[in-house]
Design a protein around this ligand. Structure first.
Ligand code: ZN
Length: 349
């Protein structure tokens, strides 16, 4: 792709013309790129209004992983959420539940946004590999071991991490066999390294930022990102301001995190997992959940309470910003979704 405005030969364009041309290039790239958002962070309840998925669809997102439960909630909630979300998606017409890459591609060709489900923590499996097999049948394609605190499967990032438990090790084998993407976001350092060592398939951090840029326990160290890349996996950059900086959701900051990872692990191992939630979701009921489960969100790690997140519509700006910084079209396409698409193809089939 041409880079108008760079160097001495601007082709006769003035600054404004070059800027307009760069914007058109970014827009064309974004429109044709496959856009994969590896995690949505909204509260999963049977009553959640999924019409809000239009926030992602209108932003040009082609695939979204939607969580159907996390360790704070009882496992029975996850089954209810799966039942309700499946019913809604099947009736929607605009969205398609996808379990394979062929289904993801078919959804895009039909003008639908593809959706698969993820689980944040294995308490939702109630210690049962049979439940692991069941949630796979119901559309779950990405699971992490522990949500911030230790779980039945392994250590959380805000806890004393004992590593993978026996159940966690069995879950790694079963996820490899079933074709579920192993996700290490929210997990403790030791647990993540053990999972990546044991997995026979690529492992991802669906929504985790580099700790070198923002020293927060939810972010990951360079060696975790390198180990992920060594499995063939992808680190998805998170849009939550607290994990990007001091509640900083500016596009250049998002681009800084993308570029840090590109330089650290190379263009084949960086993606997007914005973790976006809709504001209506941060309601009284969620505030109650926060207050009742302070151990999952330790106050010193989450001061202030209010959390902002860069919305999916920001991905267009991110595209332009990365191009402006000299990143190639191929690199930007890989980050926007090419990498997660590749990994899901390898793992899900
Ligand atoms: Zn999360």
């Amino acid at each position: 792709m041409a880079e108008p405005g760079r160097g001495g030969d601007g082709g006769g364009m003035d600054g404004a013309g070059a800027g307009a041309s760069a914007a058109a290039d970014a827009e064309a790239l974004y429109a044709s790129a496959f856009v994969w958002d590896a995690h949505a962070g909204f509260e999963s309840r049977p009553t959640t209004d999924l019409r809000n998925l239009s926030i992602w669809k209108d932003a040009g997102v082609d695939f979204l992983s939607v969580n159907v439960g996390y360790d704070v909630r009882p496992w029975t909630d996850t089954i209810r959420v799966l039942a309700a979300f499946r019913r809604w998606l099947e009736a929607s017409g605009e969205y398609a539940l996808a379990g394979t890459i062929a289904e993801v591609r078919a959804a895009r060709a039909a003008g639908r946004m593809a959706v698969a489900f993820d689980l944040e923590g294995m308490n939702a499996l109630d210690g049962s590999l049979d439940l692991l097999r069941l949630v796979h049948t119901l559309g779950v394609r990405q699971i992490l071991f522990a949500y911030n605190r230790n779980s039945v499967a392994g250590g959380g990032c805000h806890d004393e991490d004992p590593g993978l438990t026996g159940f966690g090790r069995a879950a790694v084998r079963e996820m490899n066999a079933l074709g579920i993407l192993i996700d290490c976001s929210h997990c403790g350092y030791r647990t993540t390294l053990e999972a990546m060592e044991r997995s026979r398939a690529p492992v991802v951090f669906s929504h985790s930022n580099p700790r070198a840029l923002r020293d927060h326990e939810r972010n990951i160290r360079d060696e975790q990102a390198r180990a992920c890349a060594a499995t063939g996996g992808v680190v998805g950059v998170n849009g939550i301001g607290l994990f990007l900086g001091e509640d900083d959701i500016r596009t250049p900051t998002l681009a800084d995190h993308v570029e840090y990872l590109l330089d650290l692990v190379g263009p084949d191992h960086v993606g997007i997992g914005l973790d976006y939630f809709f504001e209506a979701d941060v309601d009284a009921s969620f505030q109650e959940t926060l207050a009742e489960n302070e151990d999952y969100w330790p106050r010193e790690q989450y001061p202030g309470g209010a959390v902002r997140c860069a919305p999916p519509s920001r991905l267009r700006e991110l595209t332009a910003e990365l191009l402006r910084r000299g990143r190639s079209e191929a690199e930007v396409r890989a980050v926007l979704g090419g990498n997660f698409l590749r990994v899901a193809g390898e793992v899900w089939g």
